[in-house]
Design a protein around this ligand. Structure first.
Ligand SMILES: [Zn+2]
Length: 111
């Protein structure tokens, strides 16, 4: 049964982020872009790039631009982005056009 000894076994515990719900964008406390959304962060035991066992999951706030992750905690949540919100420092750079509305920088989860 030499086959099993030659087979390279690659395993790891990557964390996958899955956006939750369809909430409005929140303002990131670090980069101040309206790109924060609530997400579920789940760590998987993965063998040869196939997720096998979910190890643990937690709810986080995730910024789609600077990748900041904040644990969901009672008593704090990111500020809701109001229509017309613009970045306080680089105004106009990330601000969407007034007619298009907000589009958080993440890909919708596949069902
Ligand atoms: Zn950010």
């Amino acid at each position: 049964m030499d086959f099993f000894f030659c087979l390279p076994i690659i395993f790891g515990c990557p964390t996958k982020i899955k956006p939750e719900g369809n909430q409005g964008a929140r303002i990131c406390p670090r980069c101040h872009n309206a790109a924060m959304f609530s997400a579920k962060s789940r760590t998987w035991f993965e063998l040869c790039f196939v997720p096998l066992i979910p190890l643990n999951s937690k709810h986080v706030w995730m910024c789609g631009i600077c990748q900041l992750q904040v644990h969901v905690q009672p008593g704090w949540e990111p500020q809701v982005a109001q229509p017309g919100y613009q970045h306080p420092q680089v105004q106009g750079q990330y601000a969407p056009s007034q007619s298009a509305g907000y589009g958080p920088g993440y890909v919708q989860p596949q069902k």
